[in-house]
Design a protein around this ligand. Sequence first.
Ligand SMILES: NC(=O)c1ccc[n+]([C@@H]2O[C@H](COP(=O)([O-])OP(=O)(O)OC[C@H]3O[C@@H](n4cnc5c(N)ncnc54)[C@H](OP(=O)(O)O)[C@@H]3O)[C@@H](O)[C@H]2O)c1
Length: 284
Amino acid sequence: VWPDLGDPADIDYALVWMPEPGVLANLPALKAIFNLGAGVDHLLADPSLPKVPLARTVDPDMAMRMSEYVVFHVLLHHRQHLLYAAQQRRQQWQGHPQPAASEVRVGVMGLGSLGADAARKLSLLGFATAGWSRSEKSLAGIDCFHGTDGLKPFLNRTDILVVLLPATDRTKGIIDARLLSSLAQDGVLGGPVLINAGRGALQVEADIEAALDSGTLKAASLDVFEEEPLPPSSPLWHHPNVVVTPHNAADSGALPLCRGILEQIRTFESSGILRHLVDRQRGY
Ligand SMILES: NC(=O)c1ccc[n+]([C@@H]2O[C@H](COP(=O)([O-])OP(=O)(O)OC[C@H]3O[C@@H](n4cnc5c(N)ncnc54)[C@H](OP(=O)(O)O)[C@@H]3O)[C@@H](O)[C@H]2O)c1
């Protein structure tokens, strides 16, 4: 267990989460790298990363936890919980009209192992669910959009935007003023809601704050931030319509993930096949 690695030449496989840049370059016998998480942006940022196969985590435990987070926060905004929590603090007994889930249009950006699972569960709850991905997809019960041409129509029909994209050269900063102003302004919730559990690098926080202040954005649940931990000076900590969580939407812990990786290593040793390989060119 790092930093006590013994003889680096004895190490065939590295299981890593945000290793210090350069650490993996010092393992001369390395056959493959397994990332103990879904996002590999920090690994690919290391120019000395060895050119061996790099696999990321695709695990039912992680997908279940992420879908819990997404469903919980969609319901929190749908059921107007921030409003009721504020009323409770004032001992105010007052109901408000509650739209049906079928009247609320949720849009999931990223339909990979996590986004597709969350979209399926939201659709089962009755939300009018759509998704957006790089390549064309067909998912039962989900209205699928893809590519640059599909982005605007996808945003225009979305009341609650859930972001589960990887941070790549193409997606960094994608949640900006332009994207936020393209979300539906005519929805039954009285304004669009942003839920980002992908990566902080996807969002321009100054634009999110301005959109919240102007009313272009009604509320947000953010699990990831441009800088983590979120600095004490960030206005997002105190915004009445923002929920902040500390990048733990799908915190699986290493043990459940290691079982799947051991299976991967056995298969790789016997057949040379590795699943969930990262395409370094695409960045995810
Ligand atoms: N907050 C947390 O605790 C936490 C935990 C785990 C993961 N995450 C984040 O969640 C991300 C998603 O994980 P995953 O396992 O679902 O990843 P994944 O299986 O690789 O799926 C990524 C999805 O994003 C789409 N995509 C990528 N680049 C795109 C682009 N330029 N335009 C449109 N769509 C694009 C992909 O489209 P295609 O299907 O066409 O390839 C795919 O649908 C991770 O990368 C990580 O950053 C966060």
